[in-house]
Design a protein around this ligand. Structure first.
Ligand code: PEP
Length: 251
């Protein structure tokens, strides 16, 4: 049985003060334990503020990106070792906004994911098709290529720490959600691909999150599908009540 994971991607939102306020509100709203794993991924500038607030709570810290080298002349980048030191557990990798605006490719996604694993982080590797690709009947082909290239050469003993997020680009921040059936089909496809790449046992244990306008109103139905193991939440993660309502919907 896979433990669900609900992770909030705060994107470029929240100053340090706002981030601290949001975390305190989430913890108050949660009021104790949870049956699923929970993570928040604030901007880099707020990680160090949020980390001590999360100590000893059920909420883990994540980053929104990670570089593939440990250190070096890579202006503007942050390494996995630095994120580990701050207290990060997860790192989102290959979000469609990074692919769209910052030149992220399956090759750089792969390098980032392997570096995250080496440093002991759990990568949340994002894949998903654009609207034109879905309308063109290319969803399976696109997602398969992203999974195979983005997760190439993962050492056998590190697969159990990989998380994949299926995020159809047309559903991110648009209010338009994939239907539970559409999402389930792609999640099942991803699990079949992972079974081919890493074996049936790895595939059965791997968590595949759905992301794309997940809200309290649609979260339960999405996460009740057999291959949907949680959510990567954007807009609804910026408000404590809606984020925690999604956490509760995963139960
Ligand atoms: C995301 O950015 O990962 C995301 C899923 O955003 P939203 O929930 O706002 O669609």
């Amino acid at each position: 049985m896979r433990k669900k994971l609900v992770a909030g991607n705060w994107k470029m939102h929240k100053t340090r003060k706002e981030a601290a306020d949001l975390v305190c509100a989430i913890l108050a709203e949660l009021g104790g334990g949870s049956s699923c794993d929970i993570a928040v991924c604030p901007p880099f500038t707020a990680l160090d503020t949020v980390a001590p607030l999360l100590k000893g709570t059920p909420v883990a810290l994540g980053a929104q990106n990670v570089h593939w080298e440990v250190h070096g002349a890579f202006t503007g980048e942050i390494s996995a070792v630095m994120l580990k030191e701050i207290g990060c557990v997860y790192a989102i990798i290959g979000h469609s906004e990074r692919r769209q605006y910052f030149g992220e490719t399956d090759q750089t996604v792969n390098a980032r994911a392997r570096a995250a694993l080496t440093a002991g982080l759990l990568p949340i590797v994002c894949v998903g098709e654009t609207l034109a690709q879905r309308d063109g009947g290319e969803t399976e082909k696109v997602v398969e290529a992203q999974v195979r290239r983005g997760l190439a050469d993962i050492p056998a003993d590190q697969w159990s720490r990989v998380v994949i997020a299926y995020e159809p680009v047309w559903a991110i921040g648009t209010g338009r959600t994939a239907t539970p059936q559409q999402a389930q089909e792609v999640h099942a496809l991803i699990r079949r691909i992972i079974a081919e790449m890493a074996g049936a046992t790895v595939a059965q244990g791997l968590r595949i999150l759905y992301g794309g306008s997940m809200k309290p109103a649609n979260a339960r139905e999405l996460m009740s599908r057999p291959d949907i193991d949680g959510g990567l939440i954007g807009g609804a993660a910026l408000e404590a009540k809606s984020f925690v309502d999604i956490v509760r919907a995963s139960a």
